[in-house]
Design a protein around this ligand. Structure first.
Ligand SMILES: [Zn+2]
Length: 156
């Protein structure tokens, strides 16, 4: 769906947690990010008005992101692109790399998580791409609360 430019790394993570595919190419220049967005047929998200102007000139869909909090930026995108966020927080996309997550059992993640986490949790998810393991720990509760807030802001 989206390509996020360098300044929007945090936003990219949150979009993935909403279940919205977001690519984040690491440190490439304006020409490259325009090419990259075109190649993947995505909408470019940027806070850089010059990059926005150049990308539009080349026929790209661009969304010029105002300098607001990540929550407010998410609300803008949900409204503008009518994103379906009913399943958020999503366990489909890896927040770190946009790879696909799959459910994993205790034995799959044994060597990858601390023993106390392993004994406390039954359900795990592993990224097929970067192999990072996720579980519904205290961090997950914070994510849930944040996304609930974003969802109610988007409805209001
Ligand atoms: Zn990953």
């Amino acid at each position: 769906m989206f390509v996020a430019d360098e300044m929007l790394k945090k936003l990219a993570r949150w979009l993935r947690l909403l279940g919205v595919e977001t690519l984040y190419p690491d440190s490439i220049d304006d020409d490259e990010i325009i090419k990259f967005t075109k190649k993947h047929d995505k909408v470019l998200l940027t806070m850089d008005s010059e990059l926005c102007r150049r990308a539009r000139k080349q026929g790209l869909s661009v969304f010029l992101m105002p300098r607001k909090s990540t929550e407010e930026q998410l609300v803008l995108l949900i409204k503008r692109f009518k994103l379906d966020v009913s399943d958020a927080p999503s366990k489909v996309l890896c927040p770190l790399c946009n790879g696909m997550l799959k459910e994993a059992g205790k034995k799959d993640v044994k060597s990858k998580v601390p023993p106390e986490v392993l004994s406390k949790h039954e359900a795990f998810w592993m990224c097929k791409k970067c192999k990072k393991v996720f579980w519904e720990g205290s961090h997950w509760e914070r994510i849930k609360r944040n996304l609930e807030k974003v969802k109610s802001m988007a409805e209001g």
